[in-house]
Design a protein around this ligand. Sequence first.
Ligand SMILES: C[S@@+](CC[C@H](N)C(=O)[O-])C[C@H]1O[C@@H](n2cnc3c(N)ncnc32)[C@H](O)[C@@H]1O
Length: 220
Amino acid sequence: MIKDIEPNIPDNATIIDMGCGKSYLTFATYHYLNTIKNKNVKIEGYDLKKDVVDNCNKLSKEFGFKNLTFYNEDIQKIDKNKKIDMIISLHACDIATDYAIYFGVKLGCKVILSVPCCQHELFNQIKNDTLSSMLGHGILKERFSSLLTDTLKADTLKLCGYKTNVVEFIETEHTPKNIMIKAIKNKNFTRNEKNIEEFENLIKSFNINPTIYKLLKDYF
Ligand SMILES: C[S@@+](CC[C@H](N)C(=O)[O-])C[C@H]1O[C@@H](n2cnc3c(N)ncnc32)[C@H](O)[C@@H]1O
């Protein structure tokens, strides 16, 4: 997947992994872009878990990855004026994904890769008379809320000027949370009122007030 979008990543880019966890894929991305492709990128990983961050910094040092550093910090506190070219957010929990996307858009990132996870927010809000039968079953409501969450994130990125693709991240036998949103900044983007209206109608029809919309509606 990184290979596909690699031409959109400039040399010397700064990449942030938001909610990086153990960072297996962050290490792989660093290796691919720097050791194989010689792009001289800098990657920073942010996570709330101190032990995980400490271990990642230890490994980075062992590998001699000078431009791969991890920080024990909430992604909501990242410097809003930082220059960032690309954001990765894989399985960041619930609305942490929204903040990752928000930063990506606000900072004008060229590439945003996001795999939403634990999509609880809408589960607690969603109401729709036509679908009340389906929403009356917990498991169906959960799955539908996840799909609607992913749809709104992908649509928000589109309305904010990104070419957006929703793809399977990995086979479902590994994890059911396998939808990746790939967003590349669209240089020829023009605002489209009809698309905005459709998006806002979708929100109204499910009686929801999603964080992604609250964070990014001013960027439509
Ligand atoms: C399910 S793990 C995924 C880890 C890794 N990205 C991966 O794909 O293997 C989600 C991670 O997001 C981190 N996280 C959640 N909310 C966060 C926030 N607001 N700021 C920083 N990290 C956060 C959690 O501590 C956790 O390590």
